[in-house]
Ligand binder design. Sequence first.
Ligand code: C2E
Ligand code: MG
Ligand code: MG
Ligand code: MG
Length: 283
Amino acid sequence: NAKKSGGNRVERYCTHMNEEAVHRFEMGSSLRKAIEKNELFLCYQPIVDVRTGAVIATEALIRWRHPELGLVRPDEFIPLAEETGWIHEIGRWVLQTACRQTKRWQDITGNDQLAVFVNVSAVQFQHERFIDDVKRALKRSTLPPSCLHLELTEHSMLRHLSSTMRTLDELKRLGVGIAVDDFGSGYSSFHYLKQLPATILKIDRAFIEHLHANASDAAIVSAMITMGRGLGLETIAEGVETPEQLERLRDLQCSYAQGYALCPPLVAEEVMAYMSERQKERQ
Ligand code: C2E
Ligand code: MG
Ligand code: MG
Ligand code: MG
């Protein structure tokens, strides 16, 4: 009897796995077509100078407008893109689109310092062509290398440490910025941080969430900012959702902030309006 019910369980498990596998397969093959069918697009979230309120950059965030599923978020399809290898083509498209768009904004606004932050997955970063992809995106868009910042999580930087170091050093030589994304959320070790040729720390939003109410979080954020300054790194606070958090960050002398309190991710067409609005407020 026990054997029988065990069998059923296996069967149910298999059926479930099949459905799951079919779903993934379908998602995978439609992801392959998503680029050519123009279903992928980028949103841009402004990154603001905490002291002056000026927009200094945006972070490019990918979205997938799926014909049946509707809007699919990156957390749902980037892992799949990594498994299937489509991440390289997608990543290339993200780099080119973000660089071209930012150069366009620079030309319109006359602000040739306006930068863009592009998320890079560990798998994409390990590819031998990655440096060439970056060079090509810069060359085609004519965006200055200093206006491009690549975001990697600590976790992805520490994977294959020695090859990562080589790639990071080469990117640094190109003049491209390196941001440590979700800083503090992984297994960060000061030993590695000292060696990484990073230029910016993005403080994970988990530390920002209770910044105004929790003394430990405030102490940690303060220490991260101070440490960053000592290491010659700028700091960006992620996920700033309230004016109180922003106020605390100003007190702590955090350089930059991003989050819903300032602006949600926008479609490209909305970004210019937001930037001119901010500009007007500052005058
Ligand atoms: P991330 O790079 O840490 O991006 C920040 C995420 O927080 C974004 O989610 C953004 O929409 C969201 N966010 C911004 N402000 C706030 C806030 O005030 N509160 C809260 N709760 N959330 C906020 P999104 O766009 O869903 O992206 C999720 C993750 O997907 C990103 O995390 C990044 O790791 C990855 N990703 C996004 N675009 C790309 C891409 O082009 N390539 C790769 N490889 N990964 C990407
Ligand atoms: Mg990011
Ligand atoms: Mg982040
Ligand atoms: Mg993240």
